[in-house]
Design a protein around this ligand. Structure first.
Ligand code: PAF
Length: 274
């Protein structure tokens, strides 16, 4: 695997690549990322990944400084997963001057769920992803469904800005006890780690109830929030929404249940398609 620190070096290396699949990351890789790279291999000749902890998508009180940086171990995993080129710029390369042009997602998506809890987050994500797309010029790009709203924002950005890129959403990879793999799981104490699968269990219980015909969505959401609270969590939301646009659920559309909750100081998110 070739590691590129500069845009120029990456562009030169990709000049003659025929079909590029791209899976961007912020590093601290786990089996979820590895599965993205493996799926990328099925879609392309050349697999490109990136590692860049994007300051633009972190709020002032979020974990930008403590976000785990594990570059050597990440490189070994990417190499083993068949990545041909890794783009790993520093901030001065990607943001040589403060970024002043931004991609702002539609209000309807930016003002709900993660967008409501993390103002500016999706603007930071969309801006860096657009920039990475311009640098890599992939034919296909892969993102995990664990960040469900992020995937939707990116799909809509690509469609509305007519970017010639196919976006593929990849299934969430879970630990054997159901916890969705996430770089932030590393922040959990052993006791918190033992408690953490409760979030997935709550989502699974809601999914099962809806499949069995329950349509009292807000009662299910409220019950899950209070159950999490009783178990010591601080939930931001549990929400049953339409898969298509994450707007209010109705009985005819395919649905997804999403949740975000803090356990101690760690904020976890998860979702399940119903
Ligand atoms: O999902 C992530 O890791 C990040 O949000 C992404 C897409 C790499 C943009 O920084």
């Amino acid at each position: 695997m070739q590691v590129h620190r500069s845009i120029q070096s990456l562009r030169a290396a990709l000049k003659n690549a025929r079909r590029i699949a791209f899976a961007p990351t912020m590093g601290n890789l786990h089996a979820g990322h590895v599965s993205l790279m493996e799926q990328a291999r099925h879609h392309s000749e050349t697999v490109v990944s990136s590692i860049f902890v994007n300051r633009l998508q972190f709020g002032p009180n979020e974990d930008f400084d403590k976000y785990p940086r594990t570059f050597e171990a990440d490189c070994a995993q990417l190499d083993a997963a068949g990545v041909a080129h890794l783009f790993a710029p520093d901030e001065a390369e990607l943001y040589p001057a403060p970024q002043q042009y931004f991609i702002s997602p539609a209000q309807a998506q930016d003002s709900i769920l993660e967008g409501a809890c993390r103002p500016g987050h999706f603007r930071g994500v969309a801006t860096v992803v657009a920039k990475l797309f311009n640098i890599v010029q992939p034919h296909v790009a892969l993102f995990g469904k664990k960040d469900y709203q992020q995937l939707m924002v990116i799909r809509n950005m690509v469609r509305e800005l007519a970017m010639p890129i196919e976006i593929i959403g990849c299934e969430t990879i879970r630990a054997s006890d159901g916890l969705a793999l996430s770089s932030r799981n590393g922040y959990l104490s052993p006791d918190e780690r033992a408690e953490a699968p409760r979030l997935h269990r709550q989502l699974a219980a809601i999914a099962e109830a809806v499949r069995a015909g329950r349509q009292d969505f807000s009662a299910l959401e409220v019950a899950a929030v209070s159950h999490l609270r009783e178990a010591g969590w601080a939930p931001d939301y549990v929400a049953i929404r339409r898969q298509q646009d994450l707007q209010a659920a109705d009985a005819r559309s395919p649905l997804v249940v999403l949740a975000a909750a803090r356990l101690g100081t760690t904020r976890l998110i998860d979702n399940l398609e119903i």
